[in-house]
Design a protein around this ligand. Structure first.
Ligand code: WTA
Length: 631
């Protein structure tokens, strides 16, 4: 199923649009099914109601594990590199991984988990995280992985939204010089989570933790009580595989739902093609499994293709800025998939960290999560790839399940900061505000997709109406991505960023409404407005305008207090980079905050604020400009 030339891409693309069902069923033939489908696709974007490979039966872990045992049982499935470079790395072969997944699946069953149950996973980047994810899939339980940086309250909201029955966690996590007390956070979260019956705790950092009788048990103890026989549960193609929460422009985060069959086919197909994965290569994706990139391109995509996937526990700058490069050298990494933020932050350390490190194993470089600026693109190309490795700038989303618009390595001619062309099966369309198609080249518009693909979300957990409203109601018969996009003279796509109130901080999606809600929970804050602004390393930073009438002399302390509140409510990733105290916000007479003005001020561009005459009190603008200039 790998595409090897641009001509072949063009032909494949054409076929995928003209005969999508034939195309995707052909791709699906490369996977292991317990029973084939009766119908490739039925769909309707109005409901929305999307079904792929209806009637088919499978288990994704048969595809990620069992089917590789005969020929590749001794091949490395997961290589794990610990936070501390002095500690040993660990390699799990496919045979060992299979054994460990089956055993842990039996632990889950023993603790009452069964098909359809929701299980929350809050773990460090250790092999047991991948094992936990796969064990859920093995028994047909729905995993909901929550990134280790989220607060107790965020976890509780997610657990309650999906009515999870179990939590899988660890005592703690190592991240650079820091230790994060995961179990403690879970204990706080569970005070408000009546549906949780059991908590399974892995020993990792050996920090003391409280263990509640009847509820909490140790991974290591449980694993001794089970054997390694665990038949994979037979799943319908459209049964739910997992829920993953992501931020939108309004309200609380929503649980994006992916299903077994389509997601598997899409993650596997895109992994194999985009990165041109070759047998025995080592693939290193630097994301955390707590995000969709980790789900699709650390776990499911690579393992479904029998690849070797490298999991890194730490951060690129610990113990110093040469860590990533040393990992590449140590494990002879062939494909490196990372985020523009990481690249920009490493660029800041100059070339010294790259000196003397052997990067010659690298063959393909990938970027994901946010627009990559040309400077970072060239640095990656020249200093890391030595002008010898294609860069795949991959555009996609939690909701799309896998890569959508991207070069195919060695196939698509690249262009700095362009995600280039849609993958086979993907039909992008640009529209104006009214939903009219903007055709031709050299145009800008809102990016939509007009035809289903197997990896797309099916619903948002427990609230189908929300899925419909968020993605399928803005423009009739189209999936709306929330991104703005340029299609240049060559028909190449460049993603220009979100057009809604979502901020992309270091490649992490954060809703302005969520941050405002957290800020407003702080005693003393009367009202707040949050916007994104260009940030040299993070891509976008969070800029907060806050009305705080009883401000004391020590403004800085108040700022820190407010940041603490945000850390408590959402997590440290949502902390504003800048806080300005103001006495009023620019509102229209109907009470709507004019974010356009705040964005301009945050960008430092106050020369052309546009028409402010419709504001209730135009004088606040001057104050906001003055105060922003001071921080
Ligand atoms: C942005 C991450 C530009 C985009 C896989 C999208 C990108 C959001 C790129 C999804 C890219 C992702 N170029 N922007 N190559 N990739 N984005 O759900 O705004 O965490 O809508 O999925 O990230 O973020 P999410």
């Amino acid at each position: 199923m790998q595409i090897n030339s641009f001509k072949q891409y063009q032909e494949t693309y054409k076929k995928s649009v003209e005969q999508p069902e034939e195309f995707w069923s052909g791709i699906a033939e490369n996977f292991l099914w317990k029973q084939k489908w009766n119908n490739v696709l039925s769909w309707n974007f109005n409901e929305p109601d999307i079904k792929w490979f209806e009637g088919a039966k499978l288990n994704i872990t048969d595809n990620c594990l069992d089917r590789h045992l005969i020929e590749n049982g001794d091949k490395a499935a997961i290589i794990w590199e610990p936070n501390d470079p002095e500690k040993d790395s660990i390699t799990l072969t496919y045979r060992v991984l299979h054994d460990r997944v089956c055993r842990f699946a039996n632990v889950l069953k023993k603790n009452g988990a069964k098909k359809g149950d929701r299980i929350c996973i809050y773990m460090p980047m250790v092999p047991e995280l991948a094992i936990a994810v796969l064990a859920c899939a093995r028994i047909g339980a729905i995993h909901s992985v929550v990134f280790g940086g989220f607060s107790a309250k965020s976890i509780a909201d997610r657990i309650n939204d999906a009515a999870c029955k179990l939590v899988i966690t660890a005592d703690g996590a190592f991240r650079g010089t820091k230790q994060i007390q995961l179990k403690e956070v879970i204990d706080d979260a569970l005070i408000g989570c009546p549906t949780i019956e059991k908590v399974i705790v892995l020993t990792h950092t050996r920090t003391p933790v409280s263990m509640l009788k009847g509820r909490d048990c140790w991974w290591e103890d449980e694993i001794k009580l089970v054997d390694a026989n665990c038949q994979a549960e037979e799943m319908d193609a459209e049964d739910v595989l997992f829920v993953l929460y992501t931020s939108g422009s309004t309200g609380k985060p929503k649980g994006v739902v992916h299903t077994c069959g389509g997601y598997m086919v899409y993650a596997g197909y895109t992994f194999s093609n985009v990165f041109n994965y070759q047998p025995n290569e080592v693939f290193f994706c630097t994301a955390d499994i707590g995000w969709i990139t980790g789900h699709s391109y650390i776990v499911y995509g690579p393992l479904s293709q029998g690849a070797t996937t490298l999991m890194f526990e730490g951060i690129p700058t610990y113990p110093d800025a040469s860590r990533l490069w040393e990992i590449v050298e140590k494990h002879k990494v062939n494909i490196l998939y990372t985020a523009p933020t990481a690249i920009r932050s490493l660029m800041g350390f100059g070339l010294e960290p790259l000196n003397g490190v052997d990067l010659s194993s690298l063959r393909v470089l990938g970027s994901v999560g946010e627009p990559i600026n040309e400077e970072a693109w060239h640095w990656l190309d020249e200093e890391v790839g030595k002008k010898n490795c294609p860069i795949v700038d991959t555009w996609w989303q939690t909701e799309t399940g896998g890569i959508m618009i991207s070069p195919i390595a060695f196939v698509t001619p690249t262009k700095p900061s362009f995600a280039t062309l849609p993958l086979p099966g993907i039909q992008p369309i640009l529209v104006d505000e009214n939903g009219n198609e903007i055709s031709g080249n050299g145009v800008n518009g809102n990016l939509c997709i007009k035809f289903p693909w197997p990896g797309m979300l099916r619903t948002t957990y427990g609230d189908h109406e929300r899925c419909k409203l968020t993605y399928f109601s803005t423009y009739e018969n189209l999936y709306f991505t929330g991104d703005g996009c340029l299609r240049d003279e060559d028909g190449y796509y460049r993603i220009t960023g979100r057009v809604d109130d979502v901020i992309n901080v270091s490649g992490h999606r954060i809703g302005t409404a969520e941050v405002e809600n957290a800020l407003n929970m702080h005693a003393g804050v009367v009202e707040s407005a949050v916007v994104g602004y260009p940030h040299e390393v993070k891509g976008q930073g969070i800029y907060a305008f806050i009305i705080y009438p009883s401000l004391s002399k020590d403004e800085d302390l108040t700022r820190k207090d407010i940041l603490q509140t945000v850390t408590r409510v959402i997590g440290a990733i949502a902390k504003p980079d800048k806080i300005v105290f103001v006495s009023g916000l620019p509102k229209t007479r109907s009470g709507k905050i004019m974010r356009r003005i705040l964005r301009k001020v945050a960008e430092g561009d106050t020369t052309n604020l546009g028409d402010i005459s419709t504001l209730l009190d135009p004088a606040v603008v001057q104050e906001i400009i003055e105060k922003s200039g001071k921080i």
